[in-house]
Design a protein around this ligand. Structure first.
Ligand SMILES: [Zn+2]
Length: 345
């Protein structure tokens, strides 16, 4: 099998920073994994990028996989939850249609679980560049949370080589040996609604701020909409929540989907790169996911937008859920959004 393989991000355009530096560590995992896959008889195409911006490094990866006619494309990442409460492994695919890929994703997650990582399981998203722009079946392996002490500790003892082994065996649909389930995982955002033993989080307020040609006063929950509201596109957005955190990304006219930013109890309008979402061009779509603190019953964000051509709002989106009339984000790609409403329920 010809495998396109890539450690996420670039040394000149870093990924998540926690206890571990995501980009630096996944590149180490890549370096260990490549010869392991080759020893199993696979050809491995180096799809890494050293580009200096997100669009360029993402495009370089999928372009290399596509140009080499790879049979499958894997990218290695580490997650982050900002407050350090998220943990575990998850594998993202475009959709659930490829049975082989489903089995590989399950096996990789099980192999991580056998070493104490929480198994967050398979997830699907048709919007992620790696999954959308690859001409072959693709998988984003979010190996662990780089800002979680437990995950980082397990990484420290397993090392990049140990992690690479879990993935290499998973790709061949093989379990790893010496499995011991040692951890007491904290399922941060995979909590089953109403599951026993989970506490009620209580009311969570979200405050949203929007920039059109100026910053507008922040709006609490769904008491009002964010923005100027009269045909002026939203260009930047900032959010803060009173508990937990919220993961947000926007699709802009200039750049398409921008990287996720996780907001806790603050945003920063003085830091247009990392303190808010947006790039200054009109925002067309927004994806939001509420990250419930560990040990509490799952809550989610309900949000909707209106576009510059209409006064009415599109249907409400819940987190990044798909199906049932939801497409995983609010807004319409190709049309600027001018109003947003969000609340945590
Ligand atoms: Zn990443």
């Amino acid at each position: 099998m010809k495998i396109g393989l890539r450690g996420g991000h670039s040394p000149y355009c870093k990924g998540a920073m926690g206890i571990l530096d995501e980009q630096a560590e996944v590149r180490k995992i890549y370096t260990e994994l490549k010869p392991m896959l080759e020893a199993k008889g696979h050809a491995v195409i180096d799809c890494n990028s050293n580009a200096n911006n997100v669009n360029a490094e993402l495009a370089e990866g999928t372009n290399k996989a596509n140009a080499n006619n790879c049979d499958v494309y894997y990218t290695l990442h580490m997650n982050a939850s900002k407050d350090g409460s998220g943990n575990g492994v998850e594998c993202w695919m475009y959709d659930a249609s490829n049975e082989d890929m489903n089995q590989i994703a399950d096996q990789i997650c099980k192999n991580f679980k056998s070493k104490g990582y929480y198994n967050r399981g398979k997830k699907f998203n048709a919007g992620y560049h790696d999954l959308r722009e690859s001409a072959m079946p693709a998988m984003i392996i979010e190996t662990m949370f780089c800002d979680n002490a437990g995950d980082a500790g397990r990484y420290g003892s397993l090392t990049a080589k140990g992690i690479a082994q879990l993935i290499a065996e998973g790709i061949d649909k093989k379990a790893v040996s010496g499995a011991t389930d040692v951890s007491k995982p904290r399922p941060e955002n995979s909590i089953v609604p109403g599951a026993g033993g989970l506490k009620e989080l209580g009311k969570v307020d979200i405050y949203s701020a929007g920039f059109t040609d100026r910053w507008w006063p922040e709006v609490k929950n769904a008491t009002d909409w964010v923005g100027a509201g009269d045909g002026l596109p939203l260009r930047y957005l900032g959010f803060r929540v009173t508990k937990g955190s919220i993961k947000v990304r926007v699709y802009t006219e200039a750049s398409g989907w921008l990287p996720y930013i996780i907001f806790g109890q603050s945003y920063n309008t003085n830091d247009l790169d990392n303190g808010v979402v947006g790039d200054g061009s009109p925002i067309q779509a927004i994806e939001m996911e509420y990250l419930t603190p560990a040990g509490y019953k799952y809550k989610y964000v309900k949000y909707c937008v209106s576009d510059i051509n209409n006064t009415s709002f599109y249907p409400t989106q819940v987190d990044n859920q798909r199906g049932g009339g939801q497409d995983g984000y609010a807004g319409v790609i190709g049309v600027a959004a001018d109003k947003l409403i969000a609340e945590i329920v």
